[in-house]
Ligand binder design. Sequence first.
Ligand code: NAP
Length: 280
Amino acid sequence: MIDNIQHKMQLHNGYKMPGLGLGVYKADNGEEINNAIQVALQTGYRLIDTATFYGNEKGVGEAVRKSNIPREEIFIASKLWIDDQGAETTREAFEETLNRMELEYLDLYLIHWPKPSKYLESWKILQELYREGKIKAIGVCNCMIHHLESIRELGGVQPMVLQNEFHPKLIQQDILDYCKENGIQYQAWSPLMRGEILDNELIKEIADKYGKSVAQIVIRWDLQKGVATIPKSVHESRIKENADVFDFELTQEEVNEIDELEDHTRTGAHPDTFMEEMDL
Ligand SMILES: NC(=O)c1ccc[n+]([C@@H]2O[C@H](COP(=O)([O-])OP(=O)(O)OC[C@H]3O[C@@H](n4cnc5c(N)ncnc54)[C@H](OP(=O)(O)O)[C@@H]3O)[C@@H](O)[C@H]2O)c1
């Protein structure tokens, strides 16, 4: 039973990552992100997921310092943007992230999207930064199995985390299985399908049974499947609601019923076609 918000998942290098974190995509630098992070930390969240692309790394660093919680108790993740990938630019982009956040190290640094012909070069730099101790864990986002295989073929330090779009409509069991076999911790982005899953009738019925919301059932489903999750909200009541998932347990039957909702709907781009989809 995963029974508290500070429950951690052990990565393959032994470093521990909270199973539940706060996503901050589209949270404005300044008051909005500061308020969200203060509420989250007071509620017990200990993981913040940002990215260079979100434009709010500075706000995350400031909010973490303002909280007065020791830096080592908070797990901070950021991501290398597509334009910054490649052998010449990755290290500088990472250093700029650290400078913006005014941090000495990151807990997790991820390649945001696997830019063809560039992400393997970037992965080698992430391996170096990891060996230098500037990042406690390294990983990738938005990968299919063939991306992970090409990283495996490179050799050296392998990803500790894969952050992919994941919700009841998009499970991708083959990638989950691959990660399990290879010691890669799966982490869900858009776990609430950016709000689109919240009116699902089946999940509503399960939610009523436990006196919980649909969002809480989906977050609990992630954790019971062994998937780390980073729902985003900038509203105090929702930040608290999304963390109030440790006083009940879904039955295996309910987990299976939710699994059956998968119809491969995406809210974001496909890892094989994102360059065209994003017009890059
Ligand atoms: N690696 C990647 O490529 C990638 C891509 C996308 C996202 N991410 C990460 O994953 C995080 C989460 O994904 P996401 O932001 O796309 O979507 P999400 O967490 O699935 O959904 C966020 C949306 O749901 C609303 N919401 C949150 N909790 C709610 C609740 N209890 N009841 C009703 N509505 C609720 C939020 O609104 P309010 O904020 O207004 O409350 C927001 O509009 C991001 O913030 C980011 O850190 C990573």
